[in-house]
Each structure stands twice: as C-alpha cells, then as structure tokens.
Design a protein around this ligand. Structure first.
Ligand SMILES: *Cc1c(COP(=O)(O)O)cnc(C)c1O
Length: 609
C-alpha cells in the first residue's frame, strides 16, 4: 500500500509533504501540527477535525457537474439538491452545509420529526425541504406548519395510509398545504451494501397500482395541484451505475405516464442519494465504476430521453446525496497508546550464567545476523524456537529461558524483515502476519467507526507523520473498549503497515479519513466512551483558525447524560471518603482534590507517554 493510497481516496484533499499529511489547500497546514496545537491545550483522547472548505468543494462539484450536464444536453429543467440530515445532523457540520449551500439554494431533507424541526429552523425561506420516511398525523401536521411559515416543502408519501392522513389534515386544518411527492417502488434495485431501498421487496414506496390509486385519491380531494414530485432512492454507496440507469428509465416513465394521465402540477423528479465515496486504499479493490461527471450526465441524459420520447416537458431534477457531500470533511485522529510487542524489547533479556545450548545459539544468531545471512539465520531461529518450546513443554527449560528465547527470536525475525532483500515474498508476508504488531488506539470503534463494526466498511487509515520512513510492522488496531469486536485486524489482502515507534520517545498518531458521513450519527456510547473532542477548522492563506470546538464530555457529564444525578454521585463519593476511618483529614482532603480533578476529565485515556 504505497503512500497508504492517499492518491486514491483523498480526492486531492490531502497530500504528503515533508513526511507528514498536509491539507492540499491554501497554507497547507499539516494534520500533526493542528493535532499538536490542540493537545498543547491539555486535550487528550481522539479528536475529530472538520474542514468546511471540503463541504463547500463537494456542494460546488455537485452543482457544477449537474449544471454542465444540463447545458451540454440542452436540458430544460433545473437542478436542485437537498442534504439528508440523517447522514450528519451535528451542529458544526450542518451550519457549514447551510452557509456554504446558500448561494445554490441548497436544501435539507428530513426523515423524522426532530430532523424536520431542525430543517425548518435552519432553512432560509425559499430553499427546499423534502420529508421522507414513515409519518404520523403529527409529523404531517408539522409539514403543513412548515408550508404555512413559507417553506418550499415537499412531503413524500411512502404509502397510501399517509396520503389519507394528508387529506385528513388538509380538510381539518386551515393550514397551507405542502407540496406532495410520491415515492415509487421500482423493479430495479441498487447494488451496494446498503441497497435495500429499491426493488419489489423494498421497505419504501408505492407500487404502480398504488400510484394510480393515489392520484385518484388526490384528484378526489382536490389536491392534484399539490402533487409535484416523484421520488426514488435505490440505496447508498452505489457501486455500479447500471442499476441507477435502469431505475431512471423506470421512474422517468412513471413520471411521464402520470403527466399524460393528467397530473399537471407534477414537475419534479427526485432521484434520491447514493453517490459513492472512495474508501479504498489500494487500487486493486473494487471501487465504484463512475465519476460524478458520468453520474450527472447519465441522469440528465436519460431523463431527457424518456421525456422526449413521450413528449413531456423536462422535469426539474432533485438529488439527496449525503455521503458524497460530507464524508470527506471529517478526519478522526487517534493517538497510539501502546505497541504490544514492546514486551519483546531486547532490554528485557535476562541471561543466566549458563544458558541452554539452543538459547546460546539464538544469542549468536541475534548477534551476527546481517543482510547476507539473514534468511538462513531466520530459518535457524524459527527451527530453534520450535525445539525450545518442546523442551519447555517437557520441563527441560524454565520460564526465564523461554522468555529469553522468545525475545531473541522476535528480534531476529524483526531484523531479518528490515534486512529483507532475498526473502521470498510469500514467506515475508507470512512472517508479517505472524509477527503482527497490535497498536492500541485511544478511541472507540463503536463510537467513531460504527460502520466498521457493523458492516466491515473499511475507512482509509494512515499515520500523520514519519511518512519519509519505512513502515514494515504489519498492524492490527485495537481500540480501548473492553470488547473483542473493538479491533481492526490485520488483513493480508489489504495489509496495513505502520512504523516501529518507541512511544516512550515520541507520539504516534493515526488518521482515519472520510468519516464525515453516518459515523457520528450512528456512533454509540459502548463502555461510555462519548463523542471525541471536535474542532472546526478554517484554512486560510497564512495558516489556519479553529472556528469552533467542543470538548469530549467529562465523566460526570457522561453519567448525567444517561440519567444519573451527578450531584448524587459526587456527594456519595465525598461522603464515603469523609467517613472513612482509616485515613487522616489531610489525606482525605488531598484525595478529594485528586478525585475532583480526575472526574472533570473526559473518559478517554490520558497518558500516551
Ligand atoms: C439515506 C438517504 C439518502 C442519502 O443517501 P447517501 O447514500 O448518503 O447519498 C437520500 N435519500 C433518502 C431517501 C435516504 O433514505
């Protein structure tokens, strides 16, 4: 994995300069520099860095590509986009989306009541809001209120029952009626891991029979003039563009038919989200097979083709891409706390006056290994350790001999890997696998990379520095939860090699990239590890500025958030301490001081070195 695939997944957002990962933008600050300045303020634990300029870049790309496609195809409808809030609802991300999207009239999509209230409060009057997902009468009423306030809101029905409720609310209330959309159930399906949204057995959408029934109901209730949109979404992270094309033809024909049948207010076709993000670190992986340019061109061209064939006016196109917009703007930075095989340090060797002959031989191999003999010496060492472990099993050598032998062999293997020039590739790889180093990272996979835990979604990961030095330690990453699933194992097919670092001497930081979509929204507080400290960073021509920050919750806040009374907890601890009979008053007050300091820190580990 050369340069950790930065030229594959980073979309030129980051690059390597002077052995460090830097932002490929304006003053090009390094991620290490930013991390160290934050840690200089005594912040410990994982850190989320957000870069709003990367949100701007994506919004801009989306509108530019669709704009070009519309021009190139002489398309007569307009392009509109909304951001689906479920992908990232956190304030610093949403504020960046709203402010960067203003010039495009970028809108918001809501899938629940809370998201709808958020959309209503963050949208400027006139920008689009779409509402998807299952709805009750209350949520439908909220949409009417939004229309009443003056929002350009479209409520998409997922079933006939919802339409009946809309009709009910329209008849009962005096509120302004929102635009109505119909989600269509397509025969075509998506192809990604998340492709459960399209298809005949899909969770959402109306069948053709139901669509006909819906238009009949709308007409009967005098609401046909509010029916403006049809909607579909074939799934997230679309890998192959072919199913999307099929879906477009199918949905396009449904749209055209409805127009012909008299749905005269119908003017918008909403193609959902699904634009994929590159998460791969090596070029041999299966990546999505299209660019944003091809995507936008195909959408515009196909819709035009279908409409022209049926002599129907070109509809306005809506998209709801979320992952594509926000994935790249967030980087998770985790300090490495420990390298486990440091148990095998040479300084821990403790030889006896007289050592068993095989241990003595290992000592010689270790002393004399060089690039010319390393393969032979390595094989000898592996042979000896087998014999030594057998001898131990039979009771012929003791634990100290075994410990010395293990340290020696470990170091012989390591040396031979560094000297490796003639070792055959297969054997080299096998040794790497056997000699994996476990890097303990100060983070929770459950909190910060839940899609790795739940779906084995790979996220690009690399060290932030030392990139001018060779990294040959096959690495598996362990998080600090007490859960054996909190591990990103070494995968020989997509190996991750990291540096051999003495953490007593220097810090070592890993960055996980493209984590801005879904991870925070899905993250869970397993073991009560809460959201990392987060920083929104504006890069300018001379340096960078931290626009806003939010430190990870402290221990009492964590307990408070799940329903405990922090005062009760603190008082109980104080009470037990002060009523202890075993310590002096001075010891009590000193201990209390210490306790109060510790409890005000966040829940992640503090000591890196
Ligand atoms: C989740 C969702 C999206 C966003 O999908 P991405 O893959 O993040 O672009 C868009 N529309 C609907 C209806 C969704 O459910």
């Amino acid at each position: 994995m050369k340069k950790y695939g930065i030229d594959i997944w980073s979309n030129n957002n980051f690059k390597i300069k002077g052995g460090e990962v830097v932002l490929n933008y304006k003053s090009e600050p390094s991620l290490l520099e930013i991390t160290e300045s934050i840690r200089a303020e005594d912040i410990r634990g994982p850190i989320l860095l957000r870069f709003p300029h990367l949100i701007k870049k994506q919004i801009n790309n989306l509108y530019t590509c669709f704009g070009n496609a519309i021009k190139d195809n002489n398309y007569e409808g307009s392009f509109n986009a909304v951001f689906p809030l479920k992908v990232n609802q956190f304030p610093s991300t949403l504020d960046a989306i709203v402010s960067e999207g203003k010039e495009f009239n970028y809108g918001l999509e809501a899938g629940s009541k809370a998201e709808l209230i958020l959309a209503m409060s963050k949208s400027s009057i006139g920008s689009n809001i779409t509402v998807n997902g299952f709805k009750d009468k209350e949520m439908i009423t909220l949409s009417f209120i939004s229309a009443q306030i003056g929002h350009n809101i479209t409520i998409t029905i997922e079933g006939l029952g919802e339409l009946e409720t809309i009709i009910e609310v329209a008849q009962e209330s005096k509120l302004k009626i929102p635009n109505i959309g119909i989600r269509v159930r397509l025969h075509s399906t998506g192809s990604g891991t998340w492709a459960k949204s399209g298809g005949m057995d899909a969770k959402f959408g109306l069948t053709s029979t139901e669509i006909l029934e819906a238009t009949r109901l709308l007409k009967e209730a005098n609401l046909l003039e509010n029916f403006t949109m049809i909607h579909f979404h074939i799934g997230s992270q679309i890998g192959d563009i072919a199913p999307l094309k099929k879906a477009l033809r199918e949905a396009g024909n449904i749209y055209a038919e409805l127009k012909v049948l008299g749905s005269s207010a119908l003017k918008n076709i909403n193609i959902g989200g699904g634009l994929a993000v590159k998460y791969d670190q090596d070029s041999s992986s299966k990546m999505h097979n299209y660019s944003i340019e091809e995507f936008s061109n195909s959408v515009v061209f196909l819709i035009k083709e279908v409409m022209n064939a049926k002599s129907v006016e070109h509809p306005n196109i809506y998209t709801e891409s979320g992952r594509y917009i926000v994935a790249s703007h967030t980087v998770l930075i985790t300090p490495v706390l420990e390298l486990f095989s440091q148990d095998y340090q040479e300084k821990l060797l403790n030889f006896k006056q007289v050592n068993p002959p095989l241990v003595q031989e290992l000592r010689e191999l270790h002393r004399l290994i060089n690039p010319t003999n390393c393969v032979e010496y390595l094989h000898d060492a592996l042979d000896h350790i087998e014999s030594l472990l057998t001898l131990f099993g039979l009771g012929y050598i003791d634990l100290q001999d075994r410990s010395n032998a293990e340290i020696l062999v470990h170091n012989i293997i390591k040396k031979s890997l560094y000297m490796n020039s003639t070792l055959n590739i297969h054997e080299f790889e096998q040794l790497q696998v056997n000699l994996q180093e476990r890097y303990l990272i100060n983070a929770s996979i459950f909190q910060s990379l839940p899609d790795y835990w739940g779906l084995k979604q790979h996220f690009p990961v690399m060290p932030l520095h030392n990139l001018d030095k060779e990294a040959i330690r096959a690495a598996s990453l362990w998080d600090i939860t007490c859960d054996s699933d909190g591990e990103i194992g070494f995968n020989p097919d997509k190996p991750l090699y990291l540096h051999d670092i003495d953490l007593d001497e220097e810090d070592y930081f890993l960055g996980f990239f493209n984590v801005g979509a879904y991870q925070e929204a899905l993250g869970m507080e397993h073991n009560l590890f809460t959201r990392p400290s987060e920083y929104t960073i504006d890069i300018n021509d001379n340096g960078y500025e931290i626009l806003r920050s939010k430190e990870s919750k402290d221990i009492l806040e964590i307990l408070n958030a799940i329903g405990y009374d922090e005062n009760e907890i603190l008082n109980k601890l104080k009470h037990d301490l002060s009523s202890s009979d075993f310590i002096t008053e001075k010891e009590k007050s000193d201990t209390l001081l210490k306790l109060e300091t510790l409890i005000k820190q966040n829940g992640y580990l503090r000591t890196t070195n």
